[in-house]
Design a protein around this ligand. Structure first.
Ligand code: ADP
Length: 321
């Protein structure tokens, strides 16, 4: 070893040695040692990722390049980079594409199937024709929902900071969202109640509208006949609190930590039947993170679910109360 910088010793594959003369003084990793030898012998560059299982789950990218100059003859430069976050992001992106394609395939297959049946002129019964057209429309709506949610997620990820925050009253947004979903709720005899105090935050209106709508939509969708939804807002110290509470089917305890993941659903069939995309809560999580808020979830199977979100209160509203 001609030169080694201290940063190398932060990587678990390396250990400091008082006199580091050879590579094997500072690492036992066979893959590294043999790639450096191969590089020196063949004068060809090598690059690869080190197996993460051996490095506390960290992924290191190794690059070995041959060098030859006045100060060193037939040498090699070894560069180690921690690419854990990078590789994880790549994996998440790959999984997302696979999931999104899979999710879109289901409605497309149904649309093709029903339209081929109708196109072949084999369905005489008008009742059946209407039924199939209805199914095509429902599947097309599902696809449209999935694509809209994907676009929303990608724009949330792109613009980390809110663009033009304005002073918003959470309570007022709850009242408006409740009005939009009243018809849907009435179909199941679910009642929506808005309660609490005027509660102000600085935010982009469409973000908060989307957040409240997604939570309320779920509270209605996963409710029971004759159930109830409560939207409660109140200021608390420096915080603005929003609670969305329902008397619905609840979420099983083992699923609780996973419901914010993209495309995760407790019951796929049920979610699809009610027009769910599996993306609603991950959009909620992104929006809360964008405003550096806190999100918590409590749920009991067969009893109901309660989401609590704490935002930073708008500075302009603090002096009023
Ligand atoms: P979806 O579009 O399927 O509703 P979400 O991301 O909004 O997707 O929610 C993920 C899953 O969490 C849902 O499929 C459902 O199983 C569960 N879930 C969300 N909200 C509720 C709720 N209020 N009550 C019961 N289950 C819920």
């Amino acid at each position: 070893i001609v030169y080694v910088n201290r940063t190398v010793f932060h990587f678990s594959a390396f250990h400091p040695a008082e006199y580091a003369r050879t590579l094997s003084d500072i690492t036992d990793n066979e893959q590294i040692i043999s790639s450096v030898h191969a590089c020196v012998l063949t004068k060809s560059s090598q690059s690869y990722d080190l197996d993460s299982a051996e490095n506390d789950g960290k992924i290191y990218s190794i690059s070995v390049t041959p060098v030859s100059g006045e100060w060193i003859a037939d040498g090699a430069i070894l560069i180690i980079t921690d690419v854990t976050h990078f590789r994880q992001a790549e994996r998440i992106r790959r999984e997302f594409f696979a999931n999104a394609s899979h999710e879109l395939k289901t409605p497309i297959t149904a649309i093709l199937g029903f339209s081929e049946l109708l196109g072949a002129g084999l369905v005489d019964d008008m009742e059946k024709v209407y039924e199939y057209v209805g199914r095509i429309q429902k599947q097309a709506r599902n696809m449209s929902n999935i694509i809209n949610d994907i676009l929303r997620l990608s724009s949330l990820e792109e613009k980390k900071e809110p663009q033009t925050p304005v002073l918003l009253n959470l309570r007022q947004i709850c009242t408006e969202a409740a009005a939009v979903l009243t018809t849907e709720a009435q179909k199941k005899n679910v009642t929506i109640h808005v309660d609490g105090k005027d509660t102000y935050i600085d935010a982009q209106r469409e973000d908060i509208w989307q957040l409240v709508l997604n939570l309320l939509d779920n509270a209605v969708k996963y409710n029971v006949e004759g159930g109830r939804v409560d939207l409660i807002t109140y200021p608390e110290g420096d915080h603005a609190v929003l609670i969305v509470k329902d008397t619905g089917i609840g979420i099983p305890a083992p699923d609780l930590p996973r419901v914010f993941e993209r495309f995760y659903r407790v019951d796929k069939g049920r979610s699809r039947a009610v027009g769910g995309t599996g993306l609603g809560l991950s959009i909620v999580k992104h929006i809360v993170a964008r405003y550096k808020g806190e999100l918590s979830l409590q749920s009991k199977l067969g009893v109901g679910t309660e989401f609590t979100i704490r935002f930073h209160r708008a500075a302009a509203s603090k002096k009023d109360t």
